[in-house]
Design a protein around this ligand. Sequence first.
Ligand code: SF4
Length: 692
Amino acid sequence: MRVIPSVCTFCGVGCGIGLRVQDGRVIGVEPQPRHPVSQGQLCAKGWATSFAIDAAKRLTEPLIKEHGQFRRASWDEALARVAEAFRTALEEAGPQSVGVISCARASNEDNYAAQKFARAVLGTHNIDHCARICHSPSVAGLALTLGSGAMTNSIADIDEAELILVIGADVTENHAMIGARILRAQARGATLIVVDPRKTRLARLANIHLQLRLGSNIALLNGLLQIILANGWENRAFLEARCADIQPLRRHLAELSPELSSALTGIGVAELEQVAYLYSHARSAYTAYGMGITQFQSGTNNVIAVSNLALACGQVGRPGTGINPLRGQNNVQGACDMGCLPNVYPGYQDAADAAVQAKFATAWGRPAPAHPGLTSLGMTQAALDGALRALMIMGEEPVLTDPDQGHVARALAALDFLVVVELSLTETAKLADVVLPAASFAEKHGTFTNCERRVQRVRQAIAAPGEARCDWQILGELAARLGYPGMAWSDAEAVFDEMAGLTPIYSAMSYPALDHRHGLQWPCDADHPQGSPLLHAQGFPRGRARLLPVTQVEPDECPDADYPFAFTTHRLHFHYGGGSMTRQSPLLERETPAALLFMHPDDGARLGLRDQQAVAVRSRRGRLETRVHLTDDVPPGTLAMPYHFREAPCNRLTNAAQDPQSKMPELKACAVAVEPLPLAARPAGATDHASL
Ligand code: SF4
C-alpha cells in the first residue's frame, strides 16, 4: 500500500489527507499528521473521501443524448458534437450567446483553463461558478472596504484570539476542523460569541448566543457599532492611522438607539451592550462569517456591516483578529482567484481595465471580449430569454443548489445545447445533450486554494476510470477543434506556470515551492516569497480602509397570511453540496439519509404535527414533500431545511431575488406554508430514518 499526500475534496478548510492506494484503488484515507490546518485530524466527511470517487458510480465514457436517451460515444464524436454546437451558436448569435460555468471543486488548473477557454476561445466574459451563490458578496463588499475579498487572517490565528465572533456560520457542521479549533480556543479561555437565528451546535456551546431574527444582520451589526461609538469604545488610533473618515458612518448610526436595535433584531438591550463591550475591548477579536451573512439580497451590505464593526474596533491586521469569510467548497477561493468570474481576469485583475485587457490579449494572442459578462444567474435568465444558446457546466449542480429549481430546469431546457463535464450522472447532467467524464482530484495533478488563501498540491494517486480525462485536457482539445492552439499544455504544471506568470498574487509560486511545505498563502510574489499568512498588517490594498454607511434591508419575501412561516436553508455535517459525492458513502448516508423540515415544537403543536410526520411545504415557486423534525434548533415561526437531498430539494422553494451589487440570490430567506399529509403518507423518495 502507498500513501499519496493530498487535500480533502470537500469543504474550504483544506485539510491534509493521505490517500491509501492499493492495487490501483483508493481504499481509504488518513490525516496528514503535521498538516498546519488539520493537525492530524479529519471530520467525518474527510474520512469518507474514498467513497466519493469510487469507480462503481463514475462516468467512464462520453455520453450523447438522442431521442431523450443517452448512448455511449467516443471522445472524438462527443468533442466534435460539442465544438460544432459552440461554433454554430457563435456564428449565428455571437459570443454573448455562449457561456461556461466552471467548478469550485475542480483544480486551479482546470479553472484557469475554463476562463481562458471562455475568453480566448469563445470570446466572452460569460464565465462564472458557484461562488456567485456563496461568497460573491464577500468579494464585492470587502473589495469596497479593504480592497481585497479574501480571509484577512489564517485559520491558526484562532489560537491567538481572545474573543471569537461567529456570524451566520454553522461551523461545526460545515467547516468542522475550524469548528473544532474554535472550541479548543474557547476551552483555553477565549470568549465565543455566536450570532445565528438557529441554535446551532456551536451556538449551544458558546458563551453568548445572539439568536437574532432571520434577516436582521445589518440591524444587529449597526446596533453593536452604535453602542460602541456612543460609549467611545472605538479604536481611535487605528481609525486615524488606517481608515478614511468615519464621520458619515457616525452620523448615519446616530439615528439608532439600543432600544430600536433591540426591536429590529429581537435581541435584548443588555445583551447588545455586553457584546459591544466585549468585542471592542478584546485585545484580539477574530471575526468569522458564512452564508448566513452573504445569502441575502442585502449580502454585500451585510459584509460591509461586518467590516465596519471590525475596522472601528481596530480588529484587523494583527494576529488573532481579522475579517474571515469561511469559503464553502474546497476550491471556491481558487476558482475566484483564477478569474472564473465575469468581471475579473486571474488574480482579480479588472476585466474592464484596458491595460489588463491588453496584457491578456498579448499573452493569449486573442483580443479581449468586447462585452461585459453574465453571472451564472444572468446566464440562466439569458437562456430563458433565448439569448444564451450553448452552455458548458463543469462539475456543478445548479438544479439542486441554485434558487427556484423549476426556473433553473426550464432555463437549461431552453438552451440549444448543454454540455456537462462531471464525475457521475448528476441531476444537472441528466439534462445535458452531451456528458463528458471527468477525472477526480485523486486521478490528476493540480492545486487547490483553501479559505485562508493556502495553495496546496494534489497528486495523481490512481488512474482515472475508463476514459475520464482532466478538465483542462478536455478544454484544450475543444479549443484546438475551435481553431485555438494556445491551450495545448503538456501537463498540469505547465498550466500552473502559465497562470502564475500572469497572476501577480501567485507570481512566486511553483510546484517545487508548493511541494516544499504545506502550500503557500497568497499574495506570494517577489516581496513575499514565503507567502502571506496575515493581510493588511501595514496597509490596505486600497490605501485607507473605508467605513461605509449601510441600512437594514428586510428579506424580499416575509411571512404573510398565505405563507406564514419564514424559511431558511442550511447544511448538515454528514453531507456536502448537492450530495453527489457524500451520498455515495454508506457511512455518511446512514447518519442522515433524508431531508427533514426543522420546526419548533410549538409550531408543530399548533399544526397538530408529531415528530417525523409527513408534510408538504409550499412557497410561491414550488412544493415538496418531506418529514418534519420538531426541535428548538429553530425559533417559533421559522423553518429550516438542508439542501443536500434531491428527493426533497429545498431550492424548489427558495427565492431568486438578488443582491443588486453581487447578484447573490436570497437563498437564506423566503416565506412558506406547511400542510400535514395523511398520517400513512410517505414522502416520495423518503428513507426510513428512525435513527434520527
Ligand atoms: Fe474535509 Fe472540510 Fe472535513 Fe477538513 S473540515 S476533513 S476539509 S470536509
